[in-house]
Design a protein around this ligand. Structure first.
Ligand code: MN
Length: 330
């Protein structure tokens, strides 16, 4: 599937007045950071731009500049947008039905993303699966349209948060020299690295650590230490008052075990479905493929899906699929 050019996206933006920037449900740092950076940039261009997300912003991201401007579809009069720009959303369905209900008119839909599973669902598409974060694409787009000087400190902070959270603090194998160069540009543009990292990684609520204590007690290790998983039940979510952002990054704790190749986080959802997040340390164990087999998707080393419950059944089915891959690897 071919990408449209940055020029064609620029032209669509320039000829629009009302622009809505949207992203996926249960938004993470890349979704929110890219949404805010683009919205701030568009407002700077003199556009009537708003940021909308169908889910609540996690508490952990509420420090980001411009965060109060993110609105929920239900809180708005119907939006008649000339252009809707979806960022970091692999599929149109991930943006949420509520979002589409509240956009009765959208002349042009633009899709900017880095998920390899993205099906180019928009009128204009720019999908770069080599980019470790949508924030990295967003930096290049802004630079392309208006030059580096358009990257204000507020935009830089949002893009830094987007890239840092999707690369595990510039650590995952998807991090390239270009990622570091863009990181350096963001620091030069005013991103305060020390402060941002403290806000992102050293400002967790106590309940997250209490949750971790409980999850680790029930941690499972299989396949000669090559697989580790955590399971979060709805009961624990309710008892500890867990919010969606609280579990962000917990999978990295078990992924960091020396023998582990595949790490998985199973989470019981209110609708009875099981949300599965998976990480792999090697492309030989392609979790993107495994998740695609269960109707999900993502990247080779980081992917997710939703399975039918109960949680024990979902775990068994997922384990069987992982075992094949890890056996092949032996
Ligand atoms: Mn992303």
């Amino acid at each position: 599937m071919e990408n449209n050019t940055f020029d064609s996206i620029r032209d669509a933006i320039q000829s629009a007045d009302r622009i809505a920037v949207v992203s996926h449900d249960r938004p993470d740092g890349d979704a929110i950071g890219s949404t805010l950076a683009l919205t701030l940039f568009l407002v700077g261009l003199g556009k009537n731009a708003i940021a909308v997300n169908c889910d609540l912003v996690p508490d952990s991201l509420k420090f980001l500049p411009g965060i109060d401007s993110i609105r929920k579809p239900g809180s708005l009069a119907p939006i008649e947008a000339d252009v809707v720009i979806a960022v970091d959303a692999a599929g149109k369905n991930r943006i949420g039905d509520a979002m589409w209900d509240s956009v009765p008119v959208c002349k042009t839909l633009i899709n900017i993303d880095h998920h390899i599973s993205n099906d180019h669902y928009a009128d204009l598409n720019y999908v770069d699966a080599e980019s470790p974060a949508t924030g990295e694409i967003m930096f290049q787009l802004i630079e392309h349209i208006s030059g580096k000087s358009a990257v204000t400190p507020a935009i830089a902070a949002n893009l830094y948060a987007a890239i840092s959270t999707d690369t595990g603090s510039f650590c995952y194998p998807n991090t390239t020299a270009k990622t570091y160069r863009i990181g350096a540009e963001l620091i030069e543009a005013g991103a305060n690295v020390g402060q941002l990292n403290q806000q992102l990684y050293e400002s967790y609520p106590q309940r997250r650590v209490e949750l971790l204590r409980e999850l680790l007690q029930k941690m499972e290790i299989h396949f000669e230490g090559r697989f580790a998983c955590l399971q979060l039940t709805l009961e624990a979510v309710n008892r500890l008052g867990i919010q969606s952002g609280d579990t962000e990054g917990l999978i990295d704790i078990i992924r960091a075990i020396d023998t582990v190749i595949v790490a998985v986080f199973f989470e019981e959802m209110p609708d009875g479905k099981i949300r599965v997040s998976s990480r792999s340390k090697t492309s030989a164990a392609d979790v993107g493929k495994i998740c695609a087999g269960f109707g999900g998707g993502g990247h080779t080393l980081a992917a997710g899906t939703r399975m039918s419950g109960p949680i024990g059944d979902a775990k068994s089915r997922f384990l069987a699929a992982v075992e094949e891959v890890l056996e092949f690897e032996l």
